[in-house]
Design a protein around this ligand. Structure first.
Ligand code: IPM
Ligand code: MG
Length: 363
């Protein structure tokens, strides 16, 4: 691409199951719209993963999906109940999972905490995504005592060091505090504290704060505003990031980016398939849309990022809420499609000059 031509991106959209199709399609509408406004091309191919892939191609992560994803500019993913997702993450070595937890001003009263405890909340959870107990030696067996199962939390030091460098870099660009989740009082052979501290010598200005993960979980609920960047292993990061959903009012609002060393990424909400509401058109698309915002940011499409964030803030400020946010009083209940239409309307209305305010948390 020369500097005069329109940038062109190709993504692979994967619906998965449950509400996956609804939230992916909703987000793609917004993406296509900002592509027009920001004058870039967006090509969307469709891939399969999970149960639908198994039914169609006999495998949870079929080759056809990998072939489509190879050479693309990103994968936008819905949700699956079983199979495929861990393989996909591993296949592309998407070790760096970013899960921003950012409070929306107009949703302060949706938090499970008092508004003053979560105002301006802006935490970045960085979760190691392709190792640890999710991928260590595992199985079921039988010995003289009986049947048993095991999963092993195994980390190579260099796996901890590489995710530590990503977290240190982020912390350096943000407020300079890196809290490291560990459990060294019970699991001393996984020395996250020492390894992160050693890497930190190359990142002046960052304070490394080791914290036992059980205490960390409690502190996230007691005093979440004290946190800046939280670094966690695969399992601990999975658990801690869901606390973020309670803090900001709904797990349906949280998006994530999973990146490899080349910056290639998978973009998905952190919620699951929500079978209880699937197919009803009422799911909150803002988690997946938030993931798409992270993708645009990764591409350097800062204008598109600002446009979506501003439109989202305005729609929420006007009181529109999907069902997961339990609208009260003067708030207006909307379904997925209505919310997207409102977003498109805001996007069409906004003038370029209105994007002076930078969303600081998106760093
Ligand atoms: C997440 C999910 C997944 C995970 C599940 C669906 C395997 O909970 O992305 O947080 O544990 O990584
Ligand atoms: Mg999870």
């Amino acid at each position: 691409m020369n500097s005069l031509s329109k940038p062109s991106y190709r993504i692979v959209a994967i619906h998965g199951e449950g509400i996956g199709a609804e939230v992916v399609e909703a987000s793609l509408k917004v993406l296509q719209y900002v592509a027009k406004l920001e004058k870039f091309n967006l090509q969307v191919d469709y891939g399969w993963l999970g149960k639908t892939a198994l039914d169609k191609f006999g495998s949870y992560f079929p080759k056809i999906t990998a072939d489509l994803c190879d050479g693309s500019d990103g994968i936008v993913f819905g949700a699956v109940t079983q199979g495929g997702l861990l393989e996909l993450r591993k296949h592309y070595d998407l070790f760096c999972n970013l899960r921003p937890i950012r409070m929306f001003d107009s949703l302060l009263d949706k938090s499970s905490l008092r508004p003053e405890k979560v105002q301006n909340l802006d935490i970045l959870v960085i979760r190691e995504l392709v190792s640890g107990i999710y991928f260590g030696p595992a199985g079921r067996s039988v010995d003289e005592r009986g049947a048993y199962g095991y999963h092993t939390m195994l980390y190579y030091d260099d796996e901890i060091r590489r995710i530590a460098r990503q977290a240190l870099q982020k912390a350096q660009k943000r407020r300079g505090l890196l809290t490291v989740a560990h459990k060294e009082n019970a699991l001393p052979h996984l020395p996250w504290t020492r390894l992160v501290q050693e890497e930190a010598s190359n990142f002046p200005g960052v304070i490394v704060e080791p914290m036992l993960v059980d205490n960390l979980a409690m502190q996230m609920v007691l005093n979440p505003q004290r946190f800046d960047v939280i670094l966690a292993s695969n399992l601990f990061g999975d658990i801690l990031s869901d606390i973020g959903g309670a803090l900001i009012g709904s797990v349906g609002l949280l998006g994530s980016a999973s990146l490899n060393a080349n910056g290639f990424g998978l973009y998905e909400a952190i919620h699951g398939t929500a079978p209880d509401i699937a197919g009803r058109g009422i799911a909150n698309p803002l988690g997946t849309l938030g993931a798409c915002v992270l993708m645009l940011q990764q591409w350097g499409e800062a204008g598109a990022v600002q446009r979506i964030l501003a439109a989202q803030d305005r729609v929420l400020a006007k009181g529109y809420r999907t069902a997961d946010l339990s609208p009260q009083g003067s708030e207006i209940l909307v379904n997925t499609e209505e919310l997207i239409d409102l977003l498109l309307e805001e996007l069409s209305r906004a003038q370029d000059s209105e994007f002076g305010v930078l969303y600081e948390s998106y760093r």
